[in-house]
Ligand binder design. Structure first.
Ligand code: IMP
Ligand code: MG
Length: 175
């Protein structure tokens, strides 16, 4: 499977090492607090599953779906659906996403979460394509800063595929 992807940016081992480091930092920030981790589906699925298993204290999990339709509709339109089981009011909330690119999606998500008046809100993304940022968003934890390439694997897709790759690779769009 690996042969198809020549431009591997992060191997499965490198990802695990970084995710474990992030978990250590998150642990020191939240230990002793009642933390709700909110995953942005579908991209955060694998990152979140690994990250939470490195956290040595009990957390709550909730999910939302956020999807930008950059090809189908004008820029800035985001499909946003909450699947929350708990009220986030007065909760410490940590948002998890796979990648922040222009920042539009995360800005929209944060704005919506803030309606609940959480006790605190922080953001953790695995990848930051920081050179493409158009909207200012505060990110508290970042796994890797990536170059301006389209990346797939470890939760990230291209047209719905490749989320299940254990590594992260850059691909040429349109193939
Ligand atoms: P933003 O709103 O421009 O920050 O885009 C964020 C969303 O675009 C992410 O949650 C991803 O779903 C998607 N995205 C941006 N760059 C990539 C990429 O390189 N690979 C896969 N998905 C990406
Ligand atoms: Mg996404």
């Amino acid at each position: 499977m690996q042969n198809e992807f020549e431009d591997i940016l992060y191997t499965a081992e490198q990802i695990q090492e970084r995710v474990r480091e992030l978990a250590l930092e998150i642990d020191s920030e939240y230990r002793g607090k009642d933390l709700t981790i909110v995953g942005v589906l579908s991209g955060s699925l694998i990152f979140m599953a690994d990250l939470i298993r490195y956290l040595p204290f009990p957390v709550r999990l909730d999910f939302l779906t956020a999807r930008s339709y950059r090809d189908a509709v004008p820029d800035g339109e985001i499909e946003y659906v909450e699947h929350f089981r708990e009220d986030l009011t007065d909760r410490h909330v940590l948002l998890i996403d796979d990648i922040i690119d222009t920042g539009g999606t995360m800005k929209c998500v944060c704005k919506n979460i803030m309606r609940y008046s959480p006790a605190s809100l922080a953001v953790c993304v695995l990848l930051d394509k920081s050179v493409r940022r158009e909207v200012e968003v505060s990110v508290d934890w970042t796994g890797f800063v990536v170059p301006d390439k389209f990346v797939v694997g470890y939760g990230l897709d291209y047209n719905g595929r490749h989320r299940n790759l254990p590594f992260i690779a850059a691909i040429q769009e349109g193939l």
